[in-house]
Design a protein around this ligand. Sequence first.
Ligand code: GTP
Ligand code: MG
Length: 344
Amino acid sequence: DTLDPSSLRTPIVAVLGHVDHGKTSLLDKIRGSAVIEGEAGAITQHIGATAVPLDVISSIAGDLVDPDDFDLPGLLFIDTPGHHSFTTLRSRGGALADIAILVVDVNDGFQPQTLEALDILKRSQTPFIVAANKIDTVPGWNPNEDSPINATYDAQSDRVSSRLDESLYEIIGNLSDEGFSADLYWRVQNFQRNVGVVPVSAMTGEGVPDLLAVMMGLSQRYMKEEMEIDVQGPGVGTVLEVKEEKGFGTTIDTVLYDGTIRADDEIVVGGQNDPIVTEVRALLQPRPLAEIRTESRFEKVEEVSAAAGIKVAAPDLADAMAGAPVRIVRDRDLEGVRTEVEAE
Ligand code: GTP
Ligand code: MG
C-alpha cells in the first residue's frame, strides 16, 4: 500500500570518500551544476547539503526509476570533505546520514580516508553503497554520456571491460577485508546486508542512473522501516556553518533531520558557552538542486520539514558553532529543551 508522500521523511544521503575521488563531481553531475569550480583548489572544506527532488532523480535515471514506485519526496545529499584534516566533518556528515555513498576512485582504490569513512559507516551502522568512480579513465574506455551501466559495458572491448572488472574486484576484496560482504550491485539482493558496488563516472554520467536507482530503492525500504521518525513534531537539526548573510546578520546553515521548523519558532542552539535561546526571524530555503554552501538566492519560507538544508536567520547567533545541535521549542518546556541541547 502506498503512503502519503508527506508522511515519509526525505532521506539524508551522505557522500563520503578519500580526497579527490570525485564526491563533489558526482553531486555536480546529479545537480547539473559545477560546485567544484567555486572551491579553493577544488578541495571541499565544509559540509554541504543539496535537495534533489524525485522528478529530477527519475529524469536522470530514466527507465531505472519510475516515480510512481516511490513515496519519497526526493533525497537530501550531504557532501563531505575527503582531505585528511577534516575527520570531524566527515564523522558529522556520516552521523547525519540515513544512508551513504562511499566514493572510491577505481584506479586509486582504497586509501586512508576510504578506510576512515568505512569506519564511520560501520560504527553508525549506516547502510551504504560504493560508487566505483572514474570508470572513464580506464585506458581505452569508450564513453557513453549518461548511459546506464549495462549499455556502456556492452560498448567496451573485452580488454577494457576486463580491466574495469579487475579494479572492481579489487574494491570488492578490500571491502571484504574490512568485514563487508560486497558484490557488483546487480548481483546484490539485499542491500542492507550486502554492499552493492556501482561503477560510475562523474565526468560522463555513465552509471549515474544505476546509482540513483539503487539509492532510491535502498532509501524507500529504509525509511519505511524508520516510520517512527516524527515528521510533524518540533524540529531537530545540526548547524553546518555559521555565516553572515547580507540583510540578515549572523545566520546558521542547518540540516534539519527530524520534524519541522517554522518562521515563528523559538529555538535553542548550541553555543560557544551556554545554549542560545532565540526566535527565528526568517527561514531561507535554497532552491532545489542548489548547494546551500554556494547558494545566493534563497527563498523565504514559512515552514520546512525534514530532511532539509535551511538557512536560519535569528538574533544572537554570533556564538553559535558548526556541529552544534538546533532544537525547536514550540509547545514544550524551554528548560527541558535547553537541557537536551546542553547534553548533546
Ligand atoms: P574533496 O572534496 O577534496 O575530498 O574531493 P572530491 O572527492 O569532492 O573530488 P572532486 O569532485 O573535487 O574531484 C577531484 C578531481 O577528480 C577533479 O579534477 C574532477 O574533475 C576529477 N573527477 C571526478 N570524477 C571524475 C570522473 O568520473 N572521471 C574523471 N576523468 N575525472 C573525475
Ligand atoms: Mg569535494
